[in-house]
Design a protein around this ligand. Structure first.
Ligand SMILES: Cc1cc2nc3c(=O)[nH]c(=O)nc-3n(C[C@H](O)[C@H](O)[C@H](O)COP(=O)(O)OP(=O)(O)OC[C@H]3O[C@@H](n4cnc5c(N)ncnc54)[C@H](O)[C@@H]3O)c2cc1C
Length: 501
């Protein structure tokens, strides 16, 4: 047996780093095992051709479709995880998202906790990540017990003009809640931050916030290049230690508490790969729910342009529209969220649509670029499995009718707002930015993986704290909800003495 500690956290993304920060003041010895390394600054960090066309930051990894077709997933392994490249939108699920909600594609089930129960941790997460926002602008905004710590990130002049046009067209654009220090971001380079790696600490992400806070305690250490390969159990069913590969060596670390936060796909993969004689279907999997209910939003990029009008925005991403979020579809069905993308430029457009390469610069100089996002509903057959050691992703997309209706309503709105040309393209299975749902939270141990506090129903000292626990995907970006659940889990662990148990 190798070394021993109090708490091991697998992964330093939003979930792992936030729970680490919240547990650090307990004084317990915490070791964070992170598969990736810290992102160093380099010329490619702000080279849009390198990022979007040459995929410089993508891992050299292949996942497979059920038909056996390999693909390179947009899933990033570095200290801070996917949040190093995220768009820094830190938005709450709407209160209605926690109850059962009928969609065109079926029913989105109720969470085991309601909005009122999670609200205090949303507030704390916004304070921790220093979110810029205004809770009074959006008609669907749920109640806040406090205010945002910072005012909204300012619209650039052409986006202020867009906001005005949208209001005249009859909708309610609202400030997008963001965790970014714009001046610091732009000081490194005049680029958008959405899907661009942060090497400056300008984004409030897993590394710059959660990990920075956790590592200010001498009891917390971070091991990088440490890929956890399996969890081992004791005769009483508790997790006894984790096994990981670091610098080509296999190591073991025993812990009293193990928190898996490797991201929705990789946490499920790790639990399944940890199968043993006592737990033949994998750990935390007596319900057979690990890997199931995989979700990822239905998303489309929508470019609106006027041939005679330039969009000079650099970052662009400052507003959202929720007029169709809770209704707007046939029979008043919910359709989803609309928000601005980071400003599209020629290299990004040419990489996404090679046939547009000759006119990519012309379009990009004139376009305003939106992201339409609709809920993907949980389906037990939509799942991640491990087959002959390969990661197989069988994503069964749902609710596509609602998404098509959202894109159509956005197109009509933009025409009314003075944009005669609308181009759109949906993101496919390689863009897994909002992956969630593979270790879902629930009250019933027979139908869920973790309880209301993210503790495995099967192993008392095992928690899953990442996007995998989300029972539904709603239609807003997931990171703030993951952070809120991580803070709530840490409070529960400390209050119930789970570490000592
Ligand atoms: C381009 C892009 C833009 C996005 N924009 C937004 C946005 O604006 N707002 C928002 O809310 N969300 C956004 N997201 C999604 C958001 O980043 C994720 O929902 C969130 O970061 C998920 O956090 P997590 O803790 O679940 O997992 P991850 O971020 O995936 O973190 C998991 C960590 O575990 C590590 N790891 C994996 N396997 C192992 C292992 N076996 N051993 C050790 N370590 C391991 C990984 O390297 C990683 O650091 C975006 C994502 C992308 C890719």
């Amino acid at each position: 047996m190798g070394a021993r500690t109090d708490i091991v956290i697998v992964g330093s993304g939003i979930g792992g780093s936030t729970v680490a920060a919240a547990l650090a003041p307990s004084g317990r010895r915490i070791v964070i095992l992170e598969r990736g390394e810290r992102l160093a600054d380099c010329p490619e960090a702000r080279d849009l051709e390198a990022i979007f066309a040459r995929h410089h930051f993508r891992p050299d990894e292949t996942w497979f479709t059920p038909a056996g077709r390999g693909f390179n997933p947009g899933n990033y392994y570095c200290v801070g995880g996917n949040s190093k490249l995220y768009g820094a939108v830190l938005v709450r699920y709407r209160a209605e998202d926690f109850g059962a909600l009928g969609h065109l594609g079926g029913v989105s089930p109720a969470w085991p906790i309601g909005y009122r129960e999670i609200e205090p941790w949303y507030q704390r997460a916004e304070e921790m990540f220093g979110v810029h926002g205004d809770a009074c602008q959006d008609p669907t905004e749920p109640p806040h017990s406090g205010t945002y710590p910072h005012p909204p990130v300012p619209d650039e002049p052409d986006i202020a003009d867009l906001r005005h046009r949208l209001k005249l067209a009859g909708c309610h654009p609202a400030a997008l809640p963001l965790g970014v220090d714009v001046e610091k971001w732009l000081a490194r380079g005049q680029t958008p931050w959405d899907a661009v790696p942060d090497t400056t600490g300008a984004k409030a992400d897993g590394e710059s916030v959660g990990l920075a806070q956790a590592l200010s305690y001498s009891s917390v250490t971070l091991e990088t290049g440490a890929q956890v390969t399996r969890l081992l159990t004791a005769a009483d069913g508790r997790v006894r230690c984790v096994e990981y590969r670091q610098h080509r060596r296999i190591r073991r670390l025993a812990a009293r508490l193990v928190i898996v936060a490797a991201g929705a796909v990789n946490s499920a993969v790790l639990l399944m790969r940890s199968a043993n004689d006592d737990f033949p279907a994998g750990l935390a999997n007596r319900s057979d729910q690990v890997g199931r209910n995989f979700m990822n939003h239905n998303t489309t990029a929508v470019l609106a342009l006027h041939p005679l009008r330039h969009n000079r925005a650099v970052y662009q991403k400052t507003l959202m529209i929720n007029d169709f979020y809770l209704s707007g579809g046939p029979g008043g069905a919910p359709l989803g969220n609309i928000q601005l993308l980071g400003k599209i430029s020629a290299p990004i457009l040419a990489a996404a649509a090679p046939t547009l390469r000759p006119v990519a610069g012309w379009i990009a100089r004139r376009s305003v670029d939106f992201y339409a996002m609709s809920e993907d509903l949980p389906d037990p057959e939509s799942r991640v499995t491990v087959c002959s050691n390969r990661v197989v992703l069988d994503w069964r997309r749902s609710n596509l009718e609602a998404h098509a209706a959202l894109v159509a309503r956005l197109g009509a709105l933009l025409r009314r707002a003075g944009f005669p040309v609308i181009l759109s393209r949906s993101f496919d299975h390689r863009t897994l930015s909002h992956q969630c749902g593979t270790a879902r939270m629930g009250r019933d141990p027979g139908a869920s993986v973790v309880d209301r506090y993210c503790r495995s129903h099967d192993h008392p000292n095992l928690f899953v704290v990442d996007a995998g626990v989300l029972p539904t995907s709603a239609a807003v970006n997931p990171a703030l909800t993951v952070a809120a659940l991580a803070l709530r889990c840490a409070d529960h662990v400390r209050q119930t003495g789970s570490i000592a148990a």
